[in-house]
Each structure stands twice: as C-alpha cells, then as structure tokens.
Write a protein that binds this ligand. Sequence first.
Ligand code: THU
Length: 302
Amino acid sequence: MNTEHLLQAAKEAGLNRARPLASNFKVGAAFEFSNGAIFSGGNTEDRGKTIVGACAERNTLAAANNQMGPLSEYGIGGTVGWRQAAVWANTPGPITPCGICRDFMSATAVTPEAQVLSQCEGPSRSIFTIGELLPLAGRGPGGDVKDEIEAWRLNGGKITQLASSDSNPLISRAMVAADRSYVPPFSNEPISGASLLTEAGETHEGFLVIDATTRLGGTAISMAVRSALVGPAERTPRVIAVGLYTKGDVLRAPTGCDLQLLQEIRAKHGDVDVMFGCDKSAYKTTLDALLPHPFGRNDLGY
Ligand code: THU
C-alpha cells in the first residue's frame, strides 16, 4: 500500500473511531504488515474512573495480534511484523508516538528501519524510523542494549561509557535500592533499582515491584517517580538526573514507558542526564537522546 493510503487510513480511524472521552484528542493509527495486511484504529479513553485507555498505535497492534498474531518479536518468530506505520491527530502539528507505544512498536516492527509517518490537521508531516524514535529498545537477549549502543554511536548517538556502575553516585544509590525489589518466586526478571535527582537536590529511590496478580507494582524508575511525587519536601519535584541499575550481566536501558514518565516530570529547562548500568558495564546519556521528539505536554497544550 502506498504511503498516502496508509495516512488516509490513519485519518479515517482517528476521525471516525477514536473515543477520546476525557481529552477530546482524536488520534488514529494505521499499520502495514509484512503479509500486506492493513490494520487501523483510534485511541480509546474512559472518562477517568479506570486506567483502560490506550493510544491508537497500541490499540491497533493489539487488534492485529488478536486477528493474525502472535506478532513477531523484534522481527523474529511470530506470524507477521509491521513494516510501515502512519499516525494522524486532530492537532495543528504532527505528533509522535508516546514512549509506551514506542516500546510495543519497536518490539513488533520487522526492522528498526521501519518508518513512522505522521500528519495532522495542518499541512506539515513528519517521518522517522522506529529506531530513531527509540534507539535503545532492548533487542538483545533478555532486553540487552549493548549491540544497539554500538550501532547508535556509529550513527552519532550521544552516549559515553562509565568506568562501572558503582563509579556513579546515582547508579550506586540504585544498586542499594535494587536489593529491596519485590518479585514473585516464579519471576525470572532481573531485579533493578533507580535513583532520581531533583532540581531541589533531593534524591528519591525506587525498586522493581512485580506482584503476581493485580499488576499494580511497577518498574524501578516508575516506583522512584511515585516516591518523589508523594515525598514530603517538594510540591512538584522536577527531575534533572536518573540512575538505573539492573542486577546481572544483561545491560538494560530505561524502557520507553519509563522515559515517557520521566518526560512528564522533567525539569522545565535543560536536558535530563540518564545513567544506567549492570554488573558488567555502565553508560551515560540523556533523556532527549533516548526519547527524541517526545509526545508530551506541548502536544496536549499544557
Ligand atoms: N495518543 C495516541 O493515541 N497516540 C499517540 O501517539 C499519542 C497520544 C492518545 C492517548 C490519549 O488518548 C490521548 O492521545 C492523550 O494522550
């Protein structure tokens, strides 16, 4: 299918099938899959009582998975993956997928070069590859990002290697927090910890919480953000740096979902330093580098 048709399918879904009961923000997405199939869908929102709302991109991928899946994982296995995506929104400028959608889209694309087109009510359009939108998606075994870091560096990615995890103060704090992780005995997820530094010079720690049934736990970064938000000292803490530690030899970067959360409570000015490490290696980069062209407050007008 050509690009214009895919953009048209995204617009049709956004105009006619979006259910933006809370925000009135209409979004549509359309994906072309490796078998030629096209799926499209809109965003779904509740009025606010529940957390069931989801973006157009994730809704559409979930529908495709349930009709013809399982979708492949990072281009491997499964029945199909997507090779081109289009997004439409009733905004003046084109929007980009949020971090959560970038996670799911990275995992189900046939390659990191798969293109994401975006248009809106205005005349401008944007085009990115999914690899550009989430450079460290975790395509390696167990979510490892070592190979992606090398590829990203060759493409100009701004990331530097640190001597070790315990050479960095924020990752060191994250290491201590990681030991408090709460995971069910059957989980094979490595434990992890996070430490946030706010504008006021305070640090807030979090650790992985996976509960077996309700899924009300969270990643180390999300738990640190919650802790910062309920902490006693600051009204609205603004994050200027974050450290993430994952126990073991697999090197993980913050997920798109966690990057989106950091985007929400980052300081108004300046970039956010992001340090992450495991027992073998550690790196330093920034939020703007890991989550370029973020969807966020500007798109929603606040
Ligand atoms: N939204 C999408 O559907 N796709 C995007 O790429 C960004 C955001 C939706 C989710 C929610 O219903 C509303 O826009 C506001 O975030």
